[in-house]
Design a protein around this ligand. Sequence first.
Ligand code: NAD
Length: 263
Amino acid sequence: MSKNEIPFEGFHGKVALITGGASGIGRASALLFAQSGAEVAVVDVDEAGGATVVQEIKDEGGKACFIAGDVTQAAECRWAVEETVKAFGNLHILVNSAGIVHRGTILETSEKEWDRTLAVNLKGIFLACKYAIPEMIQGGGGAIVNISSGWGLAGGRQAAAYCASKGGVVLLTKAMALDHAHQNIRVNCVCPGDTDTPMLRTEARQLGFSVEKFLAGAADRPMGRLGTPEEIAQSVLFLASEAASYITGAVLVVDGGGLAGTG
Ligand code: NAD
């Protein structure tokens, strides 16, 4: 992206921690925040992927560090926040993009799969916020953007645990927005529709579908195509920016019209 195309350049001096930053929407967000002037901490279980994203940012002249961490582990979330502050001196923005998908009905979902899906997609946000918010309060405020899903607002077949986790993210976002508004911390979430990342391919495999057929089905929506991780990242950047200074507790659907109606 050329400099002229960057919508918000007001991130100089801002520090952003991005969970799930090694791939997909988190990776695109990490790159976009860095291009917009932020210092970026990429947190992920995927060490090779995370290191690659950090190198991409550095190659473009940006500032970034990788912190290996599993968002389901309290100690690792605390460590990630501490390391971010150690590296960049502050923490203003938290993007919770780490997530996994599990496709199956309740009958097709083991207790272990249920627990893991809820642990990564929902508890992981609780833990990252738990350690990030005190730093934001100390710094005078901040912005949190959680990645939910269209399936946090409407149900999907054979996605019971995933839908439960993403519905939880929507109301966790609103509850946190109420609790932390007086501390100048805004909390919003983005609900992407099907977006062209490795996660979609994982879903196809879990359902036993051919990837090509699955992607074509996912593109069957008013705009006739999948979203790109870069398009989702733009909405994340907007919600974290000063342009969204009066927005908190909001749910931004970014899905090519997928949830617009039934007609
Ligand atoms: P992705 O698989 O490309 O990226 C997810 C990242 O999260 C990976 O780098 C993975 O290593 C990391 N991760 C997984 N478990 C983790 C853990 N315990 N701790 C730390 N990191 C962990 O997928 P994506 O499509 O970019 O997904 C990003 C977010 O967007 C997810 O929350 C997902 O549910 C949501 N989402 C995706 C789509 C889509 O169609 N791709 C649609 C709606 C919502």
